[in-house]
Design a protein around this ligand. Structure first.
Ligand code: PLP
Length: 462
């Protein structure tokens, strides 16, 4: 599932120059089979439990292939009416599936990083519309707020928009890694007092490290009191809201100005597919619309997707989402999400029953964070957990990832692939227990560190 390669091993087999003459497709596919396919990390493997696990489902792959075959560019309604209208309709379906109010309109971007960037650009435009023409000159510095658990895409958005990382306030979190609303209020008030201009707050529903959910309703109160744009990053956990019983976890997100949800994370749609919902698309248009002569069409009552963001050209991503939703049905999608949450709850129960393994965060969805706590200093425990992770991943075929929570290194099991079953989670847990036993007894490494391995260990030859 994860190739054992040293950096540069694949590149060493790739000619430095392109072929002058046409090559036979069979030969190219042959090379694909031995050089490329075995040497990617297989995110589609049911034992892939790292980061946020994803799925290239059959219907999604068909949609992706058809989109390539059609090869349309949905920049304007006129340049592909069905692509535009399907995107609007499918985002409307998703909004309704999530239980969001009908006022939200969605469109599809490649990633949540871009969706959040567009949302914060609209927030900046709302606060300083003159910046569109004049740039960020003069006036008070604009500040943005998120928790210390928010995804780095928010930092990148603030950098990209010229607001400056110094103006991004990472607010502290409680012992369940949720944004501290009192601290948020205090920070906004202090900035106002200092003559700064608070413009936006980002609440996260499903943080990357622990899947904690910020108290969105309370954050919405602060946003309303101070006229801040409220953006909700629900890239991973937003999909859970298709299950009515999980929806209360996201309570308050319906008050947002914008929300980002990634069907390419937990809605079984091949990457890339991220939906940005906005309460008022006119604000996005005011931020981004700019129509040169050669793109004027005269149609007035249509959506031209190019008006909603930076990019002009646009892939037909709605096709795969449409196929996924239809082929599974809302019920099928809900069942898959419930199954993942049940597997995660079961694993959490095993962790809780283990005397030396500690669960380090609540499990509201399908991701479990834990750490081994052998006797020793916190730093020694971190080192032990690093070894544990390496042991488990070396044993395979499972792949886990790590993060830091409250300063300590922890392991993550993220269940989200459609093909992940109990047996895969059981296997991962068995490997954890075996590795703990081995490490506790001082038996050490199952595999040597990468730098000590023979090069080309999994790279076959033609
Ligand atoms: N937001 C959260 C909470 C995430 O966990 C991630 C990625 O895992 C992102 C945003 C960025 O997602 P993307 O890769 O779609 O930009």
């Amino acid at each position: 599932m994860v190739p054992r390669l040293s950096p540069g091993e694949v590149a060493a087999h790739l000619p430095a120059a392109p072929p002058e003459e046409a090559e036979d497709l069979d030969r190219i596919l042959d090379d694909y089979e031995w050089l490329i396919e075995p040497n990617v990390t297989h995110w589609n493997h049911p034992g892939f439990l790292a980061y946020f696990a994803i799925t290239g489902s059959g219907p999604g792959i068909v949609g992706e292939a058809l989109a390539s075959a059609l090869n349309v560019n949905a920049m304007l309604w006129k340049t592909s009416p069905a692509a535009t209208e399907l995107e609007e309709r499918v985002c409307g379906w998703l909004r309704d599936m999530l239980g969001l109010p009908a006022v939200f309109a969605g469109h599809i971007n490649d990633t949540a990083s871009i969706g959040s960037l567009l949302a914060l650009a609209a927030a900046r435009h709302r606060a300083a519309p003159q910046a569109r023409e004049r740039g960020l000159v003069g006036g008070a510095a604009m500040t943005v707020y998120c928790s210390d658990q928010a995804h780095s895409s928010i930092d990148k958005a603030v950098m990209t928009l010229g607001l400056g990382l110094d103006q991004l306030r990472h607010i502290g979190t409680d012992d369940a890694f949720r944004l501290d609303v009192d601290a948020l209020r205090t920070a906004v008030e202090a900035d106002l007092e200092a003559g700064l201009r608070p413009i936006a707050v980002v609440a996260v529903a499903g943080t990357t490290s622990s899947t904690s959910v910020d108290p969105i309703a309370a954050v919405a109160e602060v946003a309303a009191a101070h006229g801040l744009w409220l953006h909700v990053d629900a890239a991973y956990a937003g999909s859970a809201a298709i299950c009515p019983e999980l929806r209360p976890l996201l309570a308050g997100w319906e008050r947002a100005d914008s929300i980002v949800v990634n069907p390419h994370k937990w809605l079984f749609t091949p990457i890339d597919c991220s939906v940005l919902f906005v309460r008022d698309p006119e604000e996005l248009k005011a931020t981004f619309s700019l129509v040169p002569e050669y793109l004027k069409t005269g149609e007035e009552r249509v959506t031209n997707l190019m008006d909603l963001g930076i990019q002009l050209g646009r892939r037909f991503r709605a096709l795969k989402l449409w196929m996924v939703i239809r082929a599974f049905g809302v019920r099928g999608l809900r069942e898959a999400i419930r199954h993942h949450c049940a597997l995660a709850a079961e694993l959490a129960g095993r962790i809780d029953a283990h005397p030396e393994i500690e669960r380090v965060a609540p499990v509201p969805f399908s991701t479990v964070c834990f750490r081994w706590t052998p006797p020793g200093t916190p730093e020694e425990q971190d080192a032990a957990n690093e070894l544990l992770l390496a042991e488990v991943n070396a044993a395979g075929p499972v792949h886990l990832s790590h993060t830091r929570l409250a300063g300590r290194l922890v392991l993550r099991v993220a269940i989200g692939n459609l093909r992940t079953e109990r047996e895969h989670v059981d296997h991962a847990w068995r490997l954890v227990l075996e590795a703990v036993d081995r490490l506790r007894s001082g038996a050490g490494w199952r595999t040597p560190p990468l730098r000590d391995r023979e090069p080309g260990s999994t790279l076959g030859e033609r």
